[in-house]
Design a protein around this ligand. Structure first.
Ligand SMILES: *Cc1c(COP(=O)(O)O)cnc(C)c1O
Length: 402
């Protein structure tokens, strides 16, 4: 059993702050801080270029870390060793994964996605279509209509398992099975799932999966993304963004690109060593927790939040599915003054966030949030609403980042 009182001690959270935005950027695990400090004070400082090398006391093996860290993430998503690698940003990994899927279905032109998908995923599809110039088409349907639009014209389904706005949880197993039945491939975006719920890319037979590591995995701002390729597809997977680090022999400095036979082919250029250090340190947290415990606790705490808000502030409308098994790890409520309410909450050190046009999101992250935090947050929220204290000019001004 995961000891959630103990896991809370693994994170640096400012005194007095109730942090309900772990779905946007996780707080800093102490182990991440230590790893970055070691890198700065010890490894980079003393080894300099030698840090790239492996196999010796003063050799950090930065070069091979993308695959090693990929394997650590692989364990959290049900991927076998050698099928997951980190690097770049999620936007780029979406582009790469989808490009690889399309190359495997050259006779089909439809890319299916849903209106609840995160905009960057859809933008990357549009830019991929422009680059390829092969007449592909992006079809965006309602989040509940995906299954009915899966047919034999669809080359690939690009879908985010947990909707970033409503928290609707799509069934990886059912949709992948339906896609395969009509011969389509699947690219699953696990941005809001990795580190939040049990995932099994092997059992569900996902073809490709991608995700970011700074949300529920707490890898730090700008931490590299990950990509998973089902082992049976690896040899036919075109890297699309062919960089030297994905070459079979990067240090041959060949003028012709030859993809690595391994998952390394999904690498592009030099990996972000500082970001990887923070991520690798952050992943130590997962050595002592069970994702199934996190899921159980998330459901319990989520129900509590829904009930508390329902009792105290019925004017906030639940936008997430009512059935806790059909949603991910955040809860979305709508209110016409959502933006100002969130700013008033933040002024009270209750960190929540807002997504246009009217959605307030609260992330449930049992690793460092418990029942008493939620009760406290709802009390503050009730007070803000009862006193209309959100109705002030300083809470209305929209920043560049919401
Ligand atoms: C957070 C998120 C992203 C962010 O992409 P970056 O390239 O890391 O900025 C993309 N897609 C989804 C579904 C997300 O939730």
């Amino acid at each position: 059993m995961t000891d959630f009182k103990a896991t809370r001690q693994l994170f640096q959270i400012p005194d007095g702050m109730t942090y309900l935005v772990g779905n946007s950027l996780g707080p800093m695990p102490h182990t991440a801080q230590t790893r970055v400090e070691n890198l700065m004070k010890r490894d980079w400082a003393n080894q300099i270029v030698g840090g790239w090398r492996s196999g010796g006391e003063n050799k950090q093996g930065w070069f091979v870390q993308p695959g090693q860290i990929g394997d650590r993430i692989g364990k959290l998503i049900g991927a076998p060793a050698g099928s997951t690698i980190v690097g770049d940003t999620l936007s780029l990994k979406v582009y790469q994964a989808l490009g690889a899927a399309l190359a495997m279905r050259p006779d089909r032109k439809i890319i299916l996605s849903d209106a609840g998908n995160f905009p960057t995923d859809l933008y990357m599809v549009q830019s991929l279509i422009k680059s390829l110039r092969q007449g592909h088409e992006l079809k965006i349907v309602g989040p509940h209509k995906i299954a009915e639009h899966l047919n034999e014209q669809v080359a690939a389904l690009l879908i985010t398992e947990v909707d970033y706005r409503t928290s609707q949880l799509h069934s990886m197993k059912d949709l992948t099975a339906k896609a395969h039945k009509v011969g389509a491939l699947t690219v699953w975006d696990l941005a809001h799932s990795a580190g939040a719920l049990p995932i099994d890319v092997t059992e569900t037979q996902a073809d490709f999966a991608v995700g970011c590591t700074y949300k529920f995995l707490n890898g730090g701002p700008g931490a590299p993304a990950f990509i998973y390729v089902a082992p049976k597809h690896l040899s036919q997977t075109e890297p699309l963004l062919a960089g030297w680090m994905g070459h079979a022999q990067p240090f041959d400095f060949d003028t012709e690109y030859k993809p690595s036979p391994t998952i390394e082919r999904m690498r592009v250029g030099t990996p972000p060593v500082l970001g990887m250090a923070a991520l690798d340190g952050a992943l130590d947290v997962w050595d002592q927790v069970e994702l199934s415990d996190i899921r159980t606790k998330t459901i319990e705490l989520g129900q509590m939040l829904v009930e508390l808000i329902g009792e105290k502030r019925p004017q906030l409308k639940l936008e997430s599915p009512v059935d806790p098994h059909k949603r991910g790890s955040h809860l979305a409520f709508s209110h016409p003054n959502g933006y100002a309410i969130v700013q008033a909450l933040i002024a009270d050190k209750i960190m929540a966030d807002f997504r246009a046009p009217d959605t307030i999101r609260f992330a449930i992250t049992p690793l460092y949030i418990g029942a008493e935090d939620l009760a406290y947050a709802v009390d503050k929220l009730a007070h803000i609403l009862a006193s209309d204290s959100w109705d002030k000019p300083q809470f209305m001004a929209m920043g560049k980042v919401t």
